[in-house]
Design a protein around this ligand. Structure first.
Ligand code: CP
Ligand code: NVA
Length: 320
């Protein structure tokens, strides 16, 4: 079956089929190999984004996502324009719909990082160009793609592997992992306190997807559920915009810290550790785990660039 993602936005991943996601992951692995070969003198970087423009809208801070979009697009001749919320009207003074219409007349695509998922959806609807969700309060789909690529690099076939997320189970990263795992047949367990469990609507949607892919999706407060995990993932306990919840989160999540004892509880020596970064060492993960031999956090960070380039190529270049 041939896959075409030309003209599509990437907002949640929920509307991408398993074949489309696999296509992006295959393309990303190919792009990574191409880049390594070019860096070793074995090829050249192409100019596939020549003549194209990308608006990078940021309401929240970013290191990896911004750098991945800018380098992936710019190194192939595209022109990325960084626009922070302090620089442009985003729903203030003029409506978001009007801003979207204007951006759509000037840019080939838009990346949005911010608070409301609805903002990304409105940008896509009114700009009529592909919009990429670079993180909202609800989803972080480009991160989930990089995470799956990292698992593929370690395990080859990932269908049937077990990924455990220990931490704030209702945050954007955990939610996007639940979506992508449900689609790809990766078993996914969220270990989190009762207060931070993902909502029933998302669990229902993912449950339906999982019944097609064969994934087992579970949510529990029981730490012993790490047993048999091929990968353990965590993220900050306090996401951007929730700084006032810090004290409560430390209290709720301290028992769920990923430390060597938790890694060892999987019963598998080859279990890898994943983290989207930025990390607060000493809170959600200990330094010896994230800086240790089981950690693949730095590969994940690099894979942000390759997966994001794959998404932009597939959605902006016909017949890619
Ligand atoms: N993982 C991630 O999205 O990192 P940034 O917040 O630095 O973009
Ligand atoms: N859950 C984190 C992810 C950062 C990449 C946040 O939203 O701040």
């Amino acid at each position: 079956m041939s896959v075409s993602l030309f003209g599509r936005s990437l907002l949640t991943l929920l509307d991408y089929s398993p074949e489309e996601i696999q296509y992006l992951l295959d393309l990303s692995c190919k792009l990574k190999a191409e880049e390594k070969s070019a860096n070793n003198g074995g090829g050249k970087i192409l100019r596939r984004f020549e003549g194209l423009t990308l608006a990078l809208l940021f309401e929240k801070r970013s290191t990896r996502t911004r750098c991945a979009f800018e380098t992936a697009f710019g190194e192939e001749g595209g022109h990325p324009v960084f626009l922070s919320a302090a620089d442009i009207q985003l729903g203030a003074k003029e409506s978001l719909e009007d801003t979207a219409r204007v951006l759509g007349r000037m840019f080939s695509a838009i990346q949005f990082r911010g608070f409301k998922q609805e903002t990304a959806e409105i940008l896509a609807e009114y700009s009529k160009v592909p919009v990429y969700n670079g993180l909202t309060d609800l989803y972080h789909p480009t991160q989930a793609l990089a995470d799956m690529q990292t698992m593929i690099e370690n395990f080859g076939e990932i269908k049937g592997r077990k990924l455990v997320f220990a931490g704030d189970g209702r945050n954007n990263v955990a939610r996007s992992l639940m979506v992508i795992c449900s689609k790809l047949g990766v078993h996914f367990t969220v270990i989190t306190p009762q207060e931070l469990m993902p909502d029933d609507v998302l669990r229902g949607k993912c449950g339906a997807l999982a019944s097609k892919s064969g994934a087992i999706i579970s949510v529990t407060s029981d730490i012993s559920a790490v047993e048999g995990a091929d990968a353990i993932y965590t993220d900050v306990w306090v996401s951007m915009g929730e700084e006032d919840k810090k004290e409560e989160r430390l209290r709720l999540l301290s028992p769920y810290q990923v430390n060597q004892a938790l890694m060892d509880k999987t019963g598998k020596k080859e279990t890898i550790f994943l983290h989207c970064l930025p990390a607060v060492k000493g809170e959600e993960v200990t330094a010896n785990v994230i800086d240790g031999p089981q950690s693949r956090a730095w590969d994940q960070a690099e894979n942000r660039k390759h997966t994001i380039k794959a998404v932009m190529l597939a959605t902006l270049i016909k017949d890619k």
